[in-house]
Design a protein around this ligand. Structure first.
Ligand code: KG4
Ligand code: ZN
Length: 338
């Protein structure tokens, strides 16, 4: 069985083909980052219009790269939410039209389930059950995953998401949107001793996060050093990254101890950060367990994760009813277990 996956929830159009036996066969991506950069963030209407232009050529490319024809597909998976409503609708309509014309089912996929399962595109694959840390632009969550689709929320951010904190801090340091990759590069050249930022909520006895206070601490440091910000940017970036990484480590350790699990799966855009990856790898070494990540290009939005999650839902018979439906807000915990 082969499934085509379409991702269009935000500013990336991703299309991929996943084969039941061979795994990922092809994937292509168009990012709108350059288009939104001059506005300092994603402009929803521009995002939708660009997805409309990209979907059909990308579907053609993904199918061509897989050396197959559309007729070889068993189903079309697409991101049905959460995300920007217009952007989601472009993918849902593209997938719906294609599925209807080929007389095959369409499969709605939850974007965060896609992220969460993306490390399963790698070898070795993580085994269920595990604790998942989802760190993206819109979400920061710790989840107990008993099996695909069975998601118990252990904790989440009470304010900004981790990616949002990266983007806002990057903006204060004069970096373009999205700030994560630029901030990572700055931090590599920084001295972590010069600033000491708070590790928010580490004393509260739960798995919740808070990143808004950290952003304010960065703002204060920027104001204090505004006359010579260029000299301290790298140090601020380093200290910020260390504060985020240590907070994530403390909360992940708590989640592992609480659940008694030894496998940590880390997913979402922020999991591309090499400093955060190495902090979580050392945690798991100390805990005599293992951390699993997707390859860096599959940490941020992509079609491969949607094709993989779509294949799992398709095989479990969870297909769409043919109507074009999207869910801009959609709690992960509402999904059916497989
Ligand atoms: O998962 P994602 O692509 O989109 C959402 O579903 O939100 O995550 C995007 C977020 C952005 O906030 C971006 O700055 C952050 O991931 N990000 C990074 C890195 N690469 C992307 N944050 C830290 N370090 C990175 N290397
Ligand atoms: Zn995402």
């Amino acid at each position: 069985m082969r499934i085509l996956g379409i991702e269009s929830s935000c500013d990336e159009t991703g299309v991929a083909v996943y084969d039941d036996e061979q795994g990922l066969v092809s994937h292509v991506l168009h990012t709108q980052i350059a288009m939104h950069a001059e506005y300092g963030g994603v402009v929803p209407e521009l995002a939708s219009r660009d997805h409309i232009k990209r979907i059909v050529p990308l579907v053609r490319m993904a199918v061509e790269k897989a050396d197959m024809s559309l007729k070889d597909l068993s189903a079309i998976a697409y991101t049905a939410g959460p995300g920007l409503i217009g952007a989601l609708l472009t993918g849902a309509m593209g997938a719906g039209a294609l599925a209807y014309s080929l007389n095959i089912p369409s499969v709605p996929v939850h974007h965060m389930e896609g992220h969460l399962l993306a490390p399963m595109l790698e070898t070795p694959r993580p085994e269920f059950p595990f604790v998942a840390l989802l760190i993206s632009g819109g979400h920061t969550m710790l989840i107990k995953v008993a099996k695909p689709g069975s998601y118990e929320l252990l904790g989440q951010s009470v304010d900004d998401a981790a990616g949002e904190a990266f983007d806002k801090t990057a903006k204060l340091l004069g970096l373009p949107y999205p700030g994560g990759p630029g901030l990572e590069a700055l931090a590599k050249r920084g001295d972590g001793q010069r600033f000491n930022f708070p590790r928010p909520m580490i004393k509260s006895p739960n798995c919740d996060f808070s990143f808004a206070g950290l952003k304010t601490a960065v703002l204060n440091a920027c104001l204090e050093h505004r006359d010579h910000l260029d000299e301290v940017r790298c140090d601020i970036a380093r200290a910020f990254t260390e504060a985020v990484a240590e907070t994530l480590v403390i909360k992940c350790r708590r989640a592992l101890r609480l659940t008694g699990l030894k496998t940590l799966v880390v997913a979402g855009g922020v999991s591309a950060n090499t400093d955060i990856r190495s902090s979580l790898n050392s945690l798991m070494e100390k805990e005599s367990g293992h951390a699993f990540f997707a390859r860096r290009e599959f940490c941020t939005d992509n079609g491969a994760m949607i094709a993989l999650a779509g294949m799992m839902r398709f095989k479990a018979g969870q297909i769409g009813d043919g109507a074009i439906k999207v869910f801009p807000r959609w709690p992960l915990t509402e999904l059916k277990a497989l």
